[in-house]
Ligand binder design. Structure first.
Ligand code: GLU
Length: 297
């Protein structure tokens, strides 16, 4: 059975782009009689607010997107992440990194795909005495091998990356103690038995890091489908700053079937924009019809 998930970050009201991914994730599960899991990714205490958790759920349900199970929120799963972290540390794969943001930017080249920085390994070989002499609170990095990790994405085709050359050792725990997205998302998807990940194309470049974590944890990764992003007219990604695209505004003028119809038409699932319920859409869902390229609104 297909097990899929919604993994929204409750850092604001859902906007059109989040809903687009959510609708496709839901259709892919429901059209295959699979199981849908909801997980609120409130890892980052600086960005996430409890008030948005209820709002996210209410907005999904308003659109007709339901789930069969809700996992505990990420902020409540610190124990599980700590266990994984400890195991990786026991394998000798984790080390403290004392670099400041400025030092990192001065010393490294941008990551090809997503603009994050390739870590040059500055703190990898520090001696115990050198570590002792540091005053900054460290972040924790996972050593990566000089090896290619690739995925056959259901929508985007082949994507691969040599982790050492294109990414470098990456952070799995921040200096404030918060576990990083890469570690949390893999731990959670394994725990929930997720077999299919449908999410925005911006996360395609995270997938090789996640495949590496699956390997270290001795688990089989899910199938991936990275769906197009919705872009503003100037080509920027829609973000929670575009208030007119958030569900609070959209719900003032559109019914749920109208909004589902608009998203389905943008995705390529309908030939013209027309009202349709999420259930009806799932019955006619097929990945073959879904567009691969980003969509400018
Ligand atoms: N929480 C992430 C987001 O809202 C999604 C993570 C994922 O699907 O792997 O962008």
């Amino acid at each position: 059975m297909i097990v899929g998930r919604f993994a929204p970050s409750p850092s604001g009201r859902m906007h059109l782009g989040n809903l687009f991914s959510a609708l496709l994730a839901w259709c892919a599960v429901r059209s295959a009689d699979g199981k849908m899991i909801l997980r609120l990714e409130d890892l980052d205490p600086d960005r996430c607010r409890p008030a948005f958790c209820e709002q996210v759920k209410a907005d999904l349900l308003w659109l007709g997107l339901d789930w069969d199970e809700e996992m505990p929120r990420q902020s409540q799963r610190t124990q599980a992440y700590a266990q994984v972290f400890d195991r990786l540390q026991q394998q000798g794969l984790v080390y403290p990194c004392y670099c400041s943001r400025g030092e990192l930017h001065a010393a490294s080249a941008p990551h090809l795909a997503d603009g994050t920085w390739i870590y040059p390994g500055t703190c990898r070989a520090l001696t115990p005495a050198q570590r002792e002499a540091k005053t900054r609170r460290p972040a924790w990095r996972l050593m990566v091998p000089d090896r290619v990790y690739g995925v056959q994405d259901g929508l985007q085709g082949r994507y691969e990356e040599n982790l050492a050359a294109r990414c470098g050792d990456f952070i799995i725990r921040r200096s404030d103690g918060v576990y990083a997205y890469q570690l949390a998302v893999v731990t959670d998807d394994i725990e929930a038995g997720v077999t299919q990940v449908v999410r925005g194309r911006d996360l395609l470049s995270s997938t090789p890091r996640q495949l590496y974590l699956y390997e270290l944890m001795g688990q089989t990764p899910p199938a991936y489908c990275h769906v197009p992003l919705l872009l503003a007219r100037d080509g920027r990604r829609l973000s929670k700053r575009e208030r007119d695209m958030d569900l609070g505004e959209l719900r003032k003028t559109l019914t749920a079937p109208q909004l589902v119809g608009r998203l389905a038409w943008l995705a390529g699932l309908l030939d013209k924009e027309q009202a349709i319920s999420a259930r009806e859409l799932a019955a006619a869902f097929s990945w073959d019809k879904v567009r691969k390229e980003d969509i400018i609104l």
